[in-house]
Design a protein around this ligand. Sequence first.
Ligand SMILES: Cc1cc2nc3c(=O)[nH]c(=O)nc-3n(C[C@H](O)[C@H](O)[C@H](O)COP(=O)(O)O)c2cc1C
Length: 183
Amino acid sequence: MSQYQIAVIVGSLRKDSLNKKLANAIVKLAPSEFSFQQLQIDDLPLYNQDDDEQQAAAVKRLKNEVTAAQGLLFVTPEYNRSIPGVLKNALDHASRPYGQNAWAGKPAGVIGASIGAIGTAMAQQHLRNILAYLDVPTLGQPEAFIHVREGLFDSAGNIGTESKEFLQTWMDQYVAWVKKHVN
Ligand SMILES: Cc1cc2nc3c(=O)[nH]c(=O)nc-3n(C[C@H](O)[C@H](O)[C@H](O)COP(=O)(O)O)c2cc1C
């Protein structure tokens, strides 16, 4: 078993999501002591505080998976200059009931890709705001606002040559960040 298990949360449910593709490609840049599991969030009910004392099975699963992970990796699109509702829904679910926030203390990386010029910058800032409140130490630098253009991925779905160096640096920093908080 890998020494560091990372829970990956992708903010898009779309089958052909660019962010899913980005998540699948960047995890290949990590060392073998790291393993990554994408968490399912599309079967979570809409968050309702009335259900806090009897959380749905899908919510309990999410919380258990987050608790078991040594680190978090958020890969998100930007929807209307913020994060998608499905991602906020997942964040809210695993933060409750009050006092049982599963995210707390887990080192995290934030990255996202968009066809828009600012490459999810505003969504990432909104996400960082939420993560700060949830007591999640989040890698500050380098920031990675990925503007999707021809060549970002190669034909095998790996990161293309032009972006490889930057994203390798990003992953190296992320790996160091997780190790710093776990060890
Ligand atoms: C509801 C909605 C809102 C969007 N708002 C933004 C936005 O604020 N900024 C942006 O750069 N792209 C925006 N987009 C375009 C997305 O970047 C694009 O659809 C992207 O492919 C979504 O990520 P995905 O491929 O991982 O699903 C929006 C798309 C949708 C469906």
